[in-house]
Each structure stands twice: as structure tokens, then as C-alpha cells.
Design a protein around this ligand. Structure first.
Ligand SMILES: Cc1ncc(COP(=O)(O)O)c(C=O)c1O
Length: 405
């Protein structure tokens, strides 16, 4: 049965059975259909947030899995604590600590990826109609997660240094938000990182108006160049709830993420976690723990950073070589994504089907806006394709956008 048939059938079922308001309001997702198209043979896929599969540390993880079974045996296959395996929480507390912030294991809640952490945040903070302040654009998966709890989104004017403090203060006063949601390091989708000044301004306002800040942070360890800015958590202490994940550092299939927050917030999340799925996968927590303790994780991060950095340079060179029509793009110092803006009001959304016919995929930028979509933007992932495919994919993009009126 095709997607369309299934949807029609479920629409009929909604009329007969008492579905929840969230299920009734679920709309068929165009982006899902589009991402399906991007995985067809021959398509150069700049669309998904996928890390490069050929760089997954398969051989090392094989060896680590055996070590986990030898060392932790049946414990690694058993139910475990809702807050997370203790060794894992200790490791995450160590990795989350900085010169100015000492994180402790009781601040850590382990989750099934950062996406579940977003869901936990929704459960803890949002009631129908609660306002969430976001960057403009913002991470699509957060919009989806918080929409489920009927959040109302208000976007704050944002430039490549982060949210504009005046607009942020105005909107905090006006809307009394449940929290401010930000991706301050190599932002998804736009690729920029917040400056130290904007970080300080954000936490200053969070303290002044006593508003929590959710710092969604999958990418800060993927810095290729430039100086590392202060971590929001180090600057903001109690007011900042940090979310992390190993999806982009090792592999998304392992599904291990975490929340670092004051113990009171972590304890609330633990209760939500219990109700949601009891606990995160015990075995993969031990796998990551052993991989990290043996030094494999840090070595692996260095390897992928070197490869991603070359791919970013290749993508930027290819864009420069193929576009001289006023198209602009960000040049991020790390992460996975470039953000492109088309000239002359060309619509990235209107052109996506033509791009797929030409065997290249991207995500139209409009889906990353929680309020007013900018249709002339698109997100491209520079880390997932080989350098040869990056060059060819950008040539295809230039053809599609160049021929568009
Ligand atoms: C900003 C942001 N938050 C959360 C996630 C979800 O990550 P995970 O795979 O850990 O669920 C992603 C994935 O792309 C992301 O970019």
C-alpha cells in the first residue's frame, strides 16, 4: 500500500475512533516524501542530516562490542536505570565539564538521541499554547517535537552572530515564554555559531527574566577552524539546559543522546523517561562508554573532522566556481550544513522536484521557519557525499537554479 492510500485510510479511521488531538492534527509531511525521493539510486543527497557512513568506525566498534560483552556481560543486556547507566553518566559529566563549569553525573539524563531529549523538554515545559522563542530559521525536528505538545512559536530576529538581544528582550517581555530554544554552535540549518557577546546577552536576559534556555548542541565538537566560543551552559548555569548526542560524533543508529541540566530538572526528565520507554538502550551505552574510555572516540572525532573539513572546502569551492548570479551561502567553521540563499526571489521549494529529476537533493529552507518562511533559502549537507559527488552535485544544482526563471 502506498503512503497516500494509508493516509486516506487513516483519515477515515479518525472519523470513527477517538484519536487524540495530536494524532488528528498530524499532517502528511511533504518533507518525508521528498526525503524518500532523495534516497533513489543516482541521487546526490545533500538533503538529510546524515553523517558520512563510510567513516563509521565499524571495525573498532566490532572489537568494542566484544569487549563490552566480556567485561560487562549480562549487565549490558539487562534493564538499566531510567537516568542512564552510571558509568555513562560519569563519562558524560566529564565530557560536558569545561574550565568554568563542573558538571556532575546527577545533572545527566541519558536519552534515545537528542530528538528524545527535545520530546522530554516538551513534556516538562509545554502546555497547550505555551510560547517557545526560536531562532529564525530553527531546527525542523524541534518544531515537530514541540508542536506535538501544542507549543506556539515566536521567532526572534537572528543574524549570523545569534539572536538580536533587543528583539529577544521585547519578545520575552511580551510573551513570557516557557523557554528559549537555540542551536548556538554550527546551527542546523544555517551553519553559523553565536558570538560570545550574543551568548552573554542571551544568558543575561534569561537570568533577568528567569526564563530557561534550551541549548541544543549536537555539533560543537565538530569545529574545524576558528576559536571555540564559551559554552552557554558555562555562562548560564542553572538557566541553561544543554542537549547533546553521539549521532554526529559516532553514529545516529546507536541512538544515544543526553540532557545536562540542574539535578531538579534532570529528575523531572527521569520521571518522563520512565513513562516514555523505561530507559535508553543499555548495550549501546556500554559500547560508547568503552569506546570513549579506550581513546577511540576522540581519535574518531579527529578523523571525521579532517574529512568533513575537506568536504566543506570542496563544497564552497564548487559553489564559487558554479554560481556568479548573486546566490549567497554561509561558510561555517564546523558542523554539517551550509545555508544557501537564491537571488531574484527564486523559490527553493518550487524547484525541489526539478532538482530530484536532475538527481540532486536538498531541503527547501522554508521548513525551518517557525513563523514566516523564507522560500528563497535551502539547506545543504556538505559531509555526507564524497568530494567527487559534491562537485557533481553542485554542478547539478547550478543547472537547476540557473535554468529557473
Ligand atoms: C539541532 C539538532 N537537534 C537534535 C537532533 C536530533 O539528533 P539525534 O539523532 O541525536 O536524535 C539533530 C539531528 O540532526 C539536530 O540537528
Amino acid at each position: 500500500m502506498g503512503d497516500k492510500d494509508i493516509l486516506e485510510k487513516s483519515d477515515k479511521l479518525v472519523e470513527r475512533w477517538k484519536f487524540s488531538p495530536s494524532a488528528r492534527n498530524l499532517k502528511p509531511s511533504f518533507i518525508r516524501t521528498m526525503l524518500k525521493g532523495s534516497s533513489q539510486p543516482g541521487v546526490i543527497n545533500f538533503a538529510g542530516g546524515l553523517p558520512a557512513p563510510e567513516l563509521f568506525p565499524v571495525d573498532e566498534l566490532k572489537e568494542v562490542c566484544t569487549r563490552v560483552l566480556d567485561k560487562h556481560g549480562r549487565l549490558s543486556l539487562q534493564y538499566s536505570l531510567s537516568s542512564g547507566v552510571q558509568e555513562m553518566r560519569e563519562l558524560l559529566a566529564e565530557r560536558s565539564s569545561t574550565d568554568d563549569y563542573q558538571c556532575t553525573p546527577d545533572e545527566i539524563q541519558v536519552t534515545s538521541g537528542a530528538q528524545q531529549a527535545l520530546d522530554m523538554i516538551g513534556r516538562v515545559f509545554i502546555e497547550p499554547g505555551s510560547v517557545v522563542l526560536t531562532e529564525e530559521p530553527t531546527y525542523l525536528g524541534a518544531i515537530q517535537a514541540f508542536t506535538f505538545y501544542q507549543a506556539r512559536f515566536v521567532s526572534v530576529s537572528t543574524d549570523s552572530d545569534g539572536m538580536l538581544p533587543d528583539d529577544l528582550e521585547k519578545k520575552i517581555k511580551q510573551h513570557k515564554p516557557a523557554f528559549v530554544y537555540v542551536v548556538p554552535d554550527f546551527q542546523n540549518p544555517a551553519g553559523y555559531s553565536w558570538s560570545n557577546e550574543r551568548r552573554k546577552a542571551l544568558v543575561g536576559l534569561a537570568r533577568k527574566y528567569d526564563v530557561p534556555v534550551v541549548d541544543d548542541n549536537p555539533y560543537s565538537e565538530l569545529r574545524f577552524t576558528g576559536e571555540k566560543p564559551k559554552s552557554l551552559k558555562a555562562l548560564g548555569g542553572q538557566h541553561v539546559i544543554q542537549l547533546g548526542t553521539f549521532s554526529k560524533l559516532i553514529s545516529p543508529g546507536l541512538r544515544i543522546g543526553w540532557i545536562a541540566a540542574d539535578p531538579e530538572i534532570a529528575a523531572l526528565c527521569e520521571r518522563m523517561k520512565q513513562a516514555a520507554d523505561l530507559h535508553t538502550n543499555t548495550f549501546t551505552q556500554y559500547v560508547i562508554y568503552e569506546f570513549s574510555r579506550g581513546g577511540g572516540l576522540d581519535r574518531h572525532i579527529e578523523r571525521i573532522k579532517a574529512a568533513y573539513s575537506r568536504r566543506r572546502d570542496t563544497m564552497i569551492e564548487a559553489l564559487k566556481a558554479n554560481f556568479d548570479d548573486g546566490t549567497t551561502w554561509t561558510e561555517p567553521e564546523g558542523g554539517l550544513f551550509l545555508w544557501v540563499k537564491l537571488p531574484d526571489g527564486k523559490s527553493a521549494n518550487d524547484l525541489i522536484m526539478t532538482a530530484l529529476e536532475n538527481k540532486v537533493a536538498y531541503v527547501p529552507g522554508m521548513y525551518f521557519f517557525s513563523e514566516k518562511p523564507d522560500d528563497t533559502t535551502l539547506r545543504i549537507n556538505f559531509c555526507n557525499a564524497t568530494e567527487e559527488n559534491i562537485k557533481e552535485g553542485v554542478r547539478r544544482l547550478a543547472k537547476v537554479f540557473g535554468e529557473a526563471k
